[in-house]
Design a protein around this ligand. Structure first.
Ligand code: GLN
Length: 313
């Protein structure tokens, strides 16, 4: 491993990346299928890196909250593995789907078992796991509480307008959930499971908070600032492996090829990326490419990885 970059060096790199990518911001389209997300300013762009010592280097307003959407799936997966361990893999697979995030096509042939926990169907099963023995409110309390703990900030909340907007328009997710329920792969009422899922997706976080929350994945499951274990090193490695292979849906191969780091995108335009032994990166730019991943965000991470040499390969 090369020596860690100084904060000053990292700041220069982030500014160069921002200058390189800014002309592309606004290309693509915001996620209009969730009406509340369609209102977001498409010209937004910024990134924050939290390094292993807990310091934050950022371009743009690192404190501006955005809808984390499917980035939440990394944290619910971590919680579900903590609850049921490897038993999770009886109900959800670990293979890339090669299909869009909201696809239903594989579910019939594969008997209601989603390909992986980072596509919508898989995350809905994970939400069902987190509901066991409690009401949606308590399950959501655990998810938000986990993020507050990881980010070390008490003011992370669910954006009620986004949750309402998604609940009002989420027929496709309802279809996925009912289909899996028909195969016996959901234990709870579809409405309750989707209540958890829609609200976890509607959590709003800033780039600073999100990069801080992902830091344990960059340091073998530990919070490097306190030395406390969040999960085992083995579990952190496995969550990161799923991010690498499945975190960008049918764009995961291309993201691995271009960036070479585990990452998870959301249709709010956020991406959380893990640079093992270095830090965690949160990028936000709302316009999406044709796979539903932040267009400028992906380009920025590619440029960052090129300039820093941060790649797991
Ligand atoms: N809440 C979104 C949905 O269910 C999450 C999808 C995503 O971020 N890719 O459609």
């Amino acid at each position: 491993m090369t020596r860690p970059l100084t904060k000053a060096e990292l700041r220069v790199i982030l500014e160069e990346v921002a200058a390189e990518i800014r002309p592309r911001v606004g290309e693509g389209a915001v996620a209009a299928y969730i009406p509340e997300l369609a209102k977001v300013d498409p010209s937004k762009f910024g990134m924050a890196v939290t390094t292993l010592d807990g310091a934050v280097v950022a371009v743009g307003d690192a404190d501006e909250p955005f809808s984390i959407q499917s980035v939440s799936k990394v944290f619910t997966l971590t919680l579900a593995l903590g609850r049921v361990g490897d038993a999770l893999w009886r109900r959800v697979g670990r293979e890339p789907s090669g299909s869009p995030f909201n696809s239903i096509v594989q579910l019939e042939a594969e008997k209601g078992v989603p390909r992986n926990p980072l596509i919508n169907a898989g995350a809905i099963v994970v939400a069902d796991v987190l509901l066991a023995g409690r009401e949606p409110k308590a399950a959501l309390g655990e998810i938000v509480g986990f993020l507050r703990f990881l980010a070390d900030e008490p003011d992370i909340v669910i954006d009620r307008d986004v949750a309402r907007s998604e609940t009002a328009t989420g027929e496709r997710n309802r279809a996925l959930a009912h289909f899996m329920k028909a195969f016996g792969n959901l234990g709870h009422d579809v409405d309750k499971v989707l209540g958890v899922y829609f609200h976890q997706c509607a959590i709003a976080m800033s780039r600073r908070q999100l990069s801080r929350a992902g830091l344990f994945l960059a340091d073998a499951g530990r919070d490097p600032t306190t030395g406390r274990a969040v999960v085992t090193a083995e579990r952190a490695r496995r969550v990161a492996a799923l991010m690498m292979t499945c975190g960008h849906y049918d764009g995961s191969g291309d993201f691995a090829y271009r960036v070479g780091l585990p990452g998870k995108s959301g249709v709010g335009g956020g991406i959380l990326c893990v640079a093992p032994g270095r830090g965690a990166i949160a990028v936000w730019s709302p316009c999406l490419n044709e796979k539903g991943n932040s267009l400028a965000g992906s380009l920025a991470l590619e440029a960052l990885a090129r300039r820093t040499g941060w790649s797991v390969f």
